[in-house]
Design a protein around this ligand. Structure first.
Ligand code: AP5
Length: 210
């Protein structure tokens, strides 16, 4: 099964992608995590991407499409995958179609902008494996330590309040049109994000029949 999780920054795409990934045994592909790893490793295009990411702007389509194409060609994607953070523009969605990738379902997680600001303010992520937590709603068992890999859990640079505002504006302008794009193809299910992670998970798993 090939799935797309769509939603504003902080809507819970990464959180729910982890749940579906362990339930269905297919990988979560987060373009944000791949880009952050490239920045950390100091690769040539990682350094180019950094300025866009720090400002809360989108990385150019050709860079992200190239990354995605390489990733889904890997053997662990043979039985399906969950795209978390891709596509983010109509040209990215069209590129998937040009590659011949068949998407089975697109799950939009809908959360009001005011809630997004609270969620991103309290978000913490693992520097090593990218797992996502929240100081109040989804805390780590030991403070500052990842439950999954024992890595260091930190605040993301682009979760600064002014950068979050720009990310939200970018979402509404560039990414929200994908809701109609996939609705028109009969692939879209909208899930209203709940205040408890597990309540959203139930709705998302229902939507993918898992
Ligand atoms: P990316 O890493 O994809 O960031 P994003 O889309 O802004 O999404 P987030 O990771 O911020 O949020 P999420 O929806 O995964 O929410 P999460 O589960 O963490 O991209 C970063 C940057 O990379 C972009 O700005 C761009 O520059 C670049 N980029 C990436 N992909 C690109 C592309 N395709 N094209 C161009 N550029 C690209 O949850 C958020 C918080 O809320 C967490 O703390 C979580 O614990 C908490 N939470 C989750 N669910 C709930 C709940 N139900 N109740 C309460 N709290 C909850």
């Amino acid at each position: 099964m090939n799935l797309i999780l769509l939603g504003a920054p902080g809507a819970g795409k990464g959180t729910q992608a982890e749940v579906i990934s362990s339930k269905l045994g297919i990988p979560q592909i987060s373009t944000g995590n791949i880009l952050r790893a490239a920045v950390k490793n100091g690769t040539e295009w990682g350094l180019k991407a950094k300025a866009f990411m720090d400002a809360g702007d989108l990385v150019p389509d050709d860079v992200v499409i190239g990354i995605l194409k390489d990733r889904i060609a890997e053997s662990d994607c043979a039985k399906g995958f969950i795209l978390d953070g891709f596509p983010r523009t109509v040209p990215q969605a069209e590129a998937l179609e040009t590659m011949g990738v068949v998407i089975d379902k697109v799950i939009e997680i809908s959360v009001p902008d005011e809630d997004i600001k609270n969620r991103l303010g309290g978000r913490r992520v693992c520097e090593s494996c990218g797992a996502s937590y929240h100081v109040e709603f989804n805390p780590t068992k030991a403070e500052g330590v990842c439950d999954k890999c024992g890595g260091k859990v930190v605040q993301r640079a682009d979760d600064a309040p002014e950068t979050v505002l720009n990310r939200l504006a970018t979402y509404h302008e560039a990414t929200a049109p994908l809701v109609d794009f996939y609705k028109g193809r009969g692939k879209l299910t909208t899930v209203i994000g709940q205040s408890e992670v597990s309540d959203t998970s139930k709705l998302v798993l229902d939507a993918v029949n898992a």
